[in-house]
Design a protein around this ligand. Structure first.
Ligand code: GTP
Ligand code: MG
Length: 234
């Protein structure tokens, strides 16, 4: 298997829907999930590049592994649940520090998932989804509730992250481009999330290749050194 050209990591509290988002994108379905143990990855071919996408465990007991998974990452998806404000707080308190091992020009996306469970989710682009009997209610048929975390809160976190990383707003993608609201259940904004990131990491791959000299030596253009009389190479 060819080494991946780039790496994207999903981080966030348990139960926010990291595994579901990844499965929705990669397998085009919304299966039952079990809480992730450790981590797992998918390989996605995007144009001619291989991008690994890592799913991590949100459970506290696996917290120590987070910075290992983030090592060298080109992009990190910080995921929260739009119905649980604490899951956004946790991104700053518990997960941001894990990203110190990522690449120095790492991109950040902030993703509020489970928008289908909110009243606003009823309006948010659900015309594209396949209709099913549970579409007019939240999970388990419960009525939709007002969204607990607003997109502006995610934008504020994005700006805090830039400060934490000492990045200039002008040098990175705008908050509006990098803060998403998604539903792994309906598929809302899921392709947009992943494919926005793929398109942003491709120039990073090209830049890395330009900076790093290739380890491959072209032996056809290699001339043997001339020998001097003493037998030393000139
Ligand atoms: N309604 C709704 N439920 C969702 C959505 N995404 C995930 N879920 C449900 O939320 C629960 C947790 O989803 P997971 O994808 O396993 O969450 P996780 O973030 O991977 O959790 P850990 O692996 O424990 O860190 C499951 O019951 C999912 O079916 C969504 O967009 N909408
Ligand atoms: Mg999981």
């Amino acid at each position: 298997m060819r080494k991946p050209d780039s790496k994207i990591v999903l981080l966030g509290d348990m139960n926010v829907g990291k595994t579901s988002l990844l499965q929705r994108y990669m397998e085009r379905r919304f299966p039952d999930t079990v809480s992730t143990v450790g981590g797992a990855f998918y390989l996605k071919q995007w144009r001619s590049y291989n991008i690994s996408i890592w799913d991590t465990a949100g459970r506290e007991q696996f917290h120590g592994l987070g910075s290992m998974y983030c090592r060298g990452a080109a992009a990190i998806i910080l995921t929260y649940d739009v119905n649980h404000p604490q899951s956004l707080v946790e991104l700053e308190d518990r997960f941001l520090g894990l990203t110190d091992t990522a690449s120095k020009d790492c991109l950040f996306a902030i993703v509020g998932n489970k928008v289908d469970l909110t009243e606003e989710g009823a309006l948010a682009g659900q015309e594209k989804e396949e209709r099913s009997p549970d579409m007019d209610a939240g999970d388990c048929g419960s009525p939709r509730v007002p969204k607990q975390v607003q997109l502006e809160d995610a934008v504020a976190l994005y700006k805090k992250i830039l400060k934490y990383k000492m990045l200039d707003e002008q040098d990175v993608p705008a908050a509006e481009q990098m803060c998403f609201e998604t539903s792994a259940k309906t598929g809302y904004n899921v392709d947009l999330l992943f494919e926005t990131l793929f398109d942003l990491v491709v120039p990073m791959i090209l830049q890395q290749r330009a900076e790093k000299p290739s380890h491959t030596v072209d032996i056809s253009s290699h001339k043997p050194p001339k020998r001097t009389r003493s037998g030393c190479c000139a």
